[in-house]
Design a binder for this molecule. Sequence first.
Ligand code: FAD
Ligand code: NAD
Length: 471
Amino acid sequence: ATESEEKDLVIIGGGVAGYVAAIKAGQEGLKVACIEKRGTLGGTCLNVGCIPSKSLLNNSHLYHQILHDSKHRGIEVGDVKLNLAQLMKAKEQSVSGLTKGVEFLLKKNGVEYIKGAGAFADEHTINVKLNDGGETSVKGKNILIATGSEVTPFPGLEIDEKRVISSTGAIALEKVPEKMLVIGGGIIGLEMASVWSRLGAQVTVIEFLDQIGGPGMDLEVAKSIQKILKKQGINFKTGTKVVSGDKTGETVKLEVDSAKGGKPETLEGDVVLVAIGRRPYTEGLGLENIGLEKDERGRVIIDSEYRTKIPHIRCVGDVTFGPMLAHKAEEEAVAVVEYIKKGYGHVNYGCIPSVMYTFPEVAWVGQSEQELKKAGVPYRVGTFPFSANSRAKTNLDTEGMVKMIADPETDRILGVHIIGPNAGEMIAEGTLALEYGASSEDIARTCHAHPTLAEAFKEAAMATHSKAIHF
Ligand code: FAD
Ligand code: NAD
């Protein structure tokens, strides 16, 4: 074993949280090591999450649009064929380009990248089982846990990534299944249901709650996107719980039960996607060697400055509290390095956008109507449909709306909820408004270029403040 010099910061995990912290710490002049066992940097997000799923979503949308949404636009196409192997290759190219890019950025910022699995030997020492064989150890004045998350398994239905798949299997299927069942109508369930339904599978999504979309999605928006996705061919069974699964036969069988006590039913699929959430990942990390605690959901416990109870050991990203989102992990990564280097940092957890990359996209920031109602906070709502937006009409993509929620007295924006083409880009405008404490009038009086989809955002603000012009 070789013993390297003591670092200012040792980071365990090279996912979005870990690699961003590594770059930021390098920029701040700290001596940094980043330990990653996967063999490539970027974690779940770049390797098996955000990036490959968005590649498949983008290209499956193009395929579906060419097949079903081109003739009336004046484009007649001949023999359209799916080349799934090439679709996957395009996905792999995006992934490898980006993961290599991150490796270059670590090098550029003087970060030592150690390829292997790290485990606490003591409060300052991490032992690393190197991917190439052998071991090393590295000491850090500060240590950052950024080990991320893994899929939550469904009890009794073992994931084999062929017939019973997690999102990792769902981005790598070798053929389009005839019938696909999806357990969980959260973001992963709906994004993957979109991909495979567009490519020709008959997809049924089974969701325990009465609304799809997972935590945080505004109810009106959830109902509306469910209708749109249903029209696209995805079947839904909401208010339905998957009780058990059996993959011993030709097809995979799921026993489902109405959440409200209706009659049980058996569903069959060639492939079943388990998408019931993700859980923090700390396996083999040796937290027990230093007495670090997790909460009842397996999250590493930290304070508001990302410190565990051993103050020089901090933790950010999916493995601790908060939404499991890449951009949340990134914000925390920058803030934690600022705490280490300067003693202060900041993340505004009330202002983290969410995006679901279906077509149309769904995006939101701030609070939903239900959350405000529950908290007894008064609010005013203004909406504007894309069917009244000139650019959406021109593009023949008129489904969706912008919904804005503001304080009735101060007019301060409390939440923005969008269904629409490009909602994921447009929500940046809402996030900026929320972060700066804008009122709906501020937005209503801000000139927006014509003809753009963003005018729907302005008009929703006008509707919130007084009246929209075009609706
Ligand atoms: P991770 O990305 O999980 O990285 C942790 C890394 O630590 C891993 O690479 C792991 O190998 C490594 N590691 C763990 N233990 C050790 C150890 N002991 N030693 C060395 N290395 C270790 N979020 C979005 O914001 N937008 C999206 O569009 C989006 N799409 C997603 C799609 C899918 C299918 C999935 C599954 C997730 C998606 N997410 C998305 C969520 C996003 O991927 C995560 O929030 C993000 O990756 C969290 O970053 P992280 O660094 O905390 O953890
Ligand atoms: P989720 O928590 O968003 O959704 C899981 C859904 O499964 C919930 O709606 C839940 O009610 C349902 N469910 C649980 N048990 C069930 C059962 N037995 N029967 C029927 N339904 C059941 O989790 P996810 O979709 O797996 O996503 C995991 C994480 O990854 C989330 O934190 C998400 O934010 C993140 N992610 C984000 C993006 C994005 O930002 N675009 C994309 C993919 C994943």
